[in-house]
Design a protein around this ligand. Structure first.
Ligand SMILES: Cc1cc2nc3c(=O)[nH]c(=O)nc-3n(C[C@H](O)[C@H](O)[C@H](O)COP(=O)(O)OP(=O)(O)OC[C@H]3O[C@@H](n4cnc5c(N)ncnc54)[C@H](O)[C@@H]3O)c2cc1C
Length: 445
């Protein structure tokens, strides 16, 4: 009987294990997870803070017991410390018993994710947390409760920072966001993120640009501008570093700490696969450019592919990602896919901007939506898209992303059929208008 070992038991690891069992009733499956929690929805954690997720345990999908019922063995509190690719073995630290064990595999699936980056200036404050694991959520919630927190500081303005800010605000906590430079949420174009500032003003959030914490003084933070602010709770959201140290000297190739994979989800070692936040791949529409999609859905897509590959179906392959993403900040929704602004600058392109209402303008609640696409001058493919607005952003980004994924050009958008009735769109939806404008622009290039 073949044996698969999975490293990491949350998004990628737990999903790959379930898929493997679905396809192979007989294969032996063991998951090593260094912490206690497995298979939970990290993405839902900010919404438990604000109350939109009512039950903490509803974030948990599978438990070791439920996996056991499927004959999948989960060893929590077990950290894989090294991999021997010649012997096909892993060395594992059983943390509770402080004992090292060796286990062997036919296939190894790596989904170790990343760890939040630490900021030296705040790392010793007892009120300093990051929201990455389920245990972090528990610490944060009890800290808020025990200390009746009313003032929080959020360091960083990535999507997790925005979601946590919204949910702390919903809980009645005043938030100050500190951004070390002059631009928040860099995933979206600087001239399209005005809605974020508007929402912060509307909801009483304080934003301090070009500001960092110098040091923490009790329940206060001393800032780089000399100011002292209340900081009963400090949450850092300044990115993650891949948990791939255990692969050093293993023979598994790393690129800037990330694990490159091929179309089968394989690393450079044939029987070792990787997925999730620690893996690096390429854009689906521009395969020459590498990309990392540190999001939940890519981990799920690759789990399916890797499980099929290991199960002997080599027809299910990975073609790269577009990196489609969306964030909600109060009433506003922001979504993008494709190359970053920096990357797109190196590819010959033209830009189409279109602003119009998300539904028929005469309808109550019709609201502006802004679509920007960067179109390859050579092929007409959308290299990057950005959409900002309220209701209807998700629909537009998903149409553009699916269209691009299937090889559609910007010019084909004139033929896209959008279900129309006044509460939903217009006879010429913003998607169609982008196509018309692109045709006109291309004719005049
Ligand atoms: C607050 C928050 C909100 C998010 N919201 C969204 C969202 O809205 N949409 C979206 O698409 N994505 C979202 N994400 C991102 C998404 O959760 C991650 O992309 C996804 O969890 C990555 O899966 P993974 O398996 O690579 O890593 P993880 O899910 O982090 O799992 C990795 C596991 O491996 C374990 N591990 C690491 N090293 C070892 C080792 N040596 N031995 C044993 N175990 C090890 C770790 O302890 C960890 O439990 C969010 C993440 C967070 C934190």
């Amino acid at each position: 009987m073949k044996k698969v070992i999975l490293v990491g038991g949350v998004a990628g690891g737990a999903t790959a294990a379930s898929q493997l069992r679905r396809l192979n009733p007989d294969i032996e499956i063991v998951i090593y997870e260094r912490y206690e929690d497995i298979s939970y929805g990290s993405c839902g954690m900010p919404y438990y803070i604000g109350g939109e997720v009512e039950e903490r345990d509803s974030l948990v999908n599978m438990t070791p017991g439920k996996f056991r019922d499927k004959n999948i063995f989960v060893k929590t509190g077990h950290e894989v410390t090294s991999v021997n690719t010649d012997e096909n073995t892993v060395t594992v630290l059983d943390k509770a018993n402080n004992r090292e064990i060796t286990d062997s595999y036919d296939y190894l699936v790596l989904s170790p994710g990343g760890s939040p980056k630490k900021l030296p200036s705040v790392k010793d404050g007892e009120q300093v947390f990051s929201l990455h694991r389920l245990a972090d959520l528990d610490y944060i919630m009890s800290y808020i409760e025990d200390n009746n927190v009313k003032e929080a500081v959020l360091i960083g303005s990535g999507y997790i920072g925005l979601e946590v800010t919204e949910n702390l605000t919903a809980k009645g906590i005043h938030v100050t966001i500190l951004q070390h430079d002059e631009r928040i949420y860099k995933n979206i174009e600087a001239d399209m993120n005005g809605v974020l500032y508007e929402a912060m003003t509307e909801h009483g959030i304080t934003l301090k640009l070009n500001t960092e914490i110098d040091y923490v003084d009790g329940s206060q933070a001393v800032l780089s501008n000399g100011e002292k602010i209340d900081a009963e709770l400090i949450i850092t959201g300044v990115g993650i570093s891949p948990n791939t140290g255990f692969l050093n000297n293993s023979g598994v190739s790393l690129k800037n700490g990330l694990i490159p994979i091929n179309k089968n989800g394989q690393t450079n070692v044939k029987n070792i696969y990787a997925l999730g936040d620690a893996a690096v791949t390429h854009y689906q529409h521009i395969p020459e450019i590498t990309m990392q999609a540190a999001l939940a859905w890519p981990a799920h897509r690759l789990a399916h592919i890797i499980a099929n590959q290991i199960s002997g179906d080599s027809s299910v392959t990975h073609e790269g990602f577009l990196g489609t993403n969306i964030v909600k900040f109060f009433d506003y929704h922001i979504a993008t896919f494709g190359l970053s602004e920096k990357e797109v600058a190196d590819v010959p392109h033209f830009v189409i901007d279109q602003k119009q209402k998300n539904k028929s303008g005469y309808m109550k609640g019709a609201a502006p939506i802004h679509v920007r696409v960067y179109v390859s001058t050579e092929t007409g493919i959308i290299l990057r898209a950005a959409v900002v607005g309220t209701e209807g952003v998700d629909k537009r980004i998903d149409i553009l992303s699916a269209h691009t994924r299937l090889g559609g050009t910007v010019y084909d958008l004139i033929n896209i059929e959008i279900g129309y009735s006044p509460p939903f769109s217009s006879p010429k939806d913003i998607i169609n208008m982008v196509g018309y404008k692109a045709r006109e622009k291309a004719e005049n290039l």
